[in-house]
Design a protein around this ligand. Structure first.
Ligand code: GUN
Length: 286
């Protein structure tokens, strides 16, 4: 049996069409939803993500501002830019692409962004609001995953959800969202004993570890919904292609529904960033 594919590109296109309509309504009222993106350093993957975020904004009729800094920039310069953007009423969302170079205190940078412009949902205030069950900005990747579960008709109430990975960007907020949706949630990580014991119990399995093909078909419960957050580049001797944290070929024979890489979670992450930026702009009206 082969799993149903949860198509992130198709879902993204549908959600983005709706966002573009909402953006146009704001523009007609004299407000152009605007996202400022800050990139520090020359990490090639980060540069690609930022380029894609900026392009998606423009395509949805939103404005984007991009600020790029050398890897050895004095952090004070970046903090000054954040303060300027916080004070600029024409900017609705601010995003600092992670990871930052080692000489930065990343937490301090995230805290410097005004909570009501923190479209990544990484500010402690927004993390706290999510933990309390009253989210203001939901981190984009787990937000996109929730949309994919919804669109694929995956029931969440009472479901066993297992997340592999405990990052602040994906694993932890994912756990809070699934908990809020009625799942019994297990978070696995690098110190988890017998990972497969946990993953085999999952009705919903979210892989977010950054290790190519580490979740194989024998670790999946038949009929489960499998969400692959990983975006890994295989080494040139293995073809150099992108692949997820899930071994798609073996997993699709066991799962009931599965997201591909590329074309799964990736496009949805950017879509939900647009949704958060639009939301911030709409809130600025009230
Ligand atoms: N780096 C990897 N994922 C993300 C994300 O969602 N937001 C930001 N700002 N940086 C990231």
């Amino acid at each position: 049996m082969s799993a149903r594919i949860i198509d992130g590109n198709a879902l993204s296109a549908a959600v983005r069409a709706d966002l573009a309509e909402r953006a146009a309504k704001l523009v007609a009222r004299g407000i152009t939803p605007s996202l400022a993106v800050i990139l520090v350093g020359e990490d090639p993957a980060s540069a690609v993500y930022v380029r894609n975020k900026v392009a998606a904004c423009e395509k949805a009729g939103m404005r984007s501002l991009k600020f790029v800094y050398a890897p050895d920039v004095n952090p004070a310069e970046v903090f000054a830019k954040i303060a300027e953007l916080n004070a600029d009423a024409s900017v609705h969302g601010i995003l600092v692409q992670l990871p930052l170079p080692k000489h930065f205190d990343a937490d301090a940078v995230l805290e410097a962004i005004a909570a009501d412009k923190d479209v990544d949902g990484f500010h402690a205030e927004n993390v706290g609001a999510l933990a309390q069950g009253n989210p203001r900005f939901i981190p984009c990747t787990p937000y996109g995953v929730m949309k994919m579960l919804e669109s694929s008709g995956t029931p969440t109430k009472g479901a066993e959800a297992v997340i592999v990975g405990r990052s602040n960007i994906v694993g932890k907020p994912m756990a809070l969202l699934l908990l809020g949706a009625g799942c019994t949630v297990t978070v696995c990580h690098s110190q988890t004993r017998d990972l497969a014991f946990h993953t085999r119990r999952a009705d919903i399995l979210v892989a977010a570890v950054g290790r190519p093909k580490m979740i194989t078909g024998d670790m999946i419960k038949p009929g489960a919904t499998v969400i692959d957050v990983g975006i890994n580049r295989l080494p040139p001797e293995q073809g150099g292609k992108l692949c997820g944290d899930v071994d798609f070929d073996s997993a699709k024979e066991v799962a009931g529904a599965i997201t591909p890489v590329p074309g799964g979670v990736g496009p949805m992450t950017i879509t939900m960033l647009l949704a958060n930026t639009l939301e911030a702009a709409e809130r600025s009206l009230t």
